[in-house]
Design a protein. Structure first.
Length: 293
């Protein structure tokens, strides 16, 4: 178990995304997030990589509570929905190149994207950092397909196995993690709103098979320093509703309770460069403009 200070230092060195967006948002983001990547020491268990967090408001659980029930496993129906992009979508990845993305370098630097592209997918490789869209977004519908490749080092378990994430505005994470037979704390698994809610059920497929996320994200609204509307997130995971317009407590936080920090109405989307390996394909996004628009 990492102590808080060591965790924060390791996380800041390994995952610069929040630092990057803090400068974009002209705010003073001071979040910590998930455990640092790297090969876990021998003997590390599936629940390790995170200390126990604070009491969650409105719930009986603490952040990363080991006693919180695991989501019930459900076998999704076939075929898994994997639609091509509709005509009003922005295609973020069509299997060919990373032209819609920047890399997120250490210390918040914007770099060339370093993820591997082959065979119609892109892959988070060790040390490649996060990917950040060149465009910014607010309210959106997002489709993304992902898998943890087979052959991942068997010593990597829990948060160290296939960890990535879809992070709206670079601040609000939907967890990506090997989730078929890779136990971890319930609010840190695939389909979890990290540190707040596990998915209602777990329809994750075995490693090597492609999962789909169909997400709706409603951006928070601020009036200068005041939050006037929180963010909401909805997820269909392999066609099953597992997060239903969940009100977010704030920016994704590893251990302390999430809080909001004011930021612009649109910010880039991030794919998290965490412990990996993880592969993504067929990524498209639609701006939600509301009725009569
Ligand atoms: Mg993650």
């Amino acid at each position: 178990m990492l102590n808080r200070r060591l965790f924060a230092r390791q996380f800041a060195a390994a995952v610069p995304t929040l630092t990057t967006l803090a400068s974009v948002a002209k705010g003073s983001q001071t979040q910590t997030q998930q455990a640092a990547p790297g090969t876990p020491p021998a003997g590390r268990g599936p629940m390790d990589g995170s200390p126990l967090g604070d009491q969650l408001p409105g719930q009986k659980w603490r952040v990363h509570d080991r006693t919180r029930p695991q989501p019930r496993k459900v076998t999704p129906g076939r075929p898994i929905p994997a639609p091509s992009a509709p005509s009003d979508a922005i295609v973020l990845f069509d299997g060919k190149d990373l032209s819609k993305w920047h890399g997120g370098g250490r210390g918040g630097a914007v770099t060339e994207p370093a993820w591997k592209v082959e065979n119609g997918y892109m892959e988070l490789v060790a040390g490649a950092g996060s990917l950040i869209t060149k465009d910014s977004f607010g309210d959106v519908q997002l489709h993304v397909e992902w898998t943890t490749p087979t052959g991942t080092d068997a010593s990597r378990v829990g948060q160290f196995r296939g960890n990535s994430g879809v992070i709206f505005m670079g601040l609000y994470e939907m967890q990506v993690l090997s989730g078929y037979d890779n136990p971890t704390y319930a609010d840190g698994g695939a389909g979890a709103i990290y540190g707040v809610y596990p998915p209602m059920v777990n329809p994750c497929l075995p490693e090597g098979q492609w999962n789909t996320y169909d997400l709706v994200f409603e951006a928070p609204k601020f009036d200068r320093d005041k939050l006037v509307k929180p963010a909401y997130m909805t997820l269909f995971f392999n066609g099953l509703l597992v997060q239903h317009r969940v009100e977010l407590l704030g920016t994704t936080s590893h251990e302390p309770i999430a809080v909001y920090t004011p930021h612009p109405p649109e910010l880039p989307l991030t794919l998290q460069g965490h412990a990996g390996p993880a592969r993504f394909r067929n990524i498209w996004i639609r701006r939600l403009t509301g009725y009569d628009a």
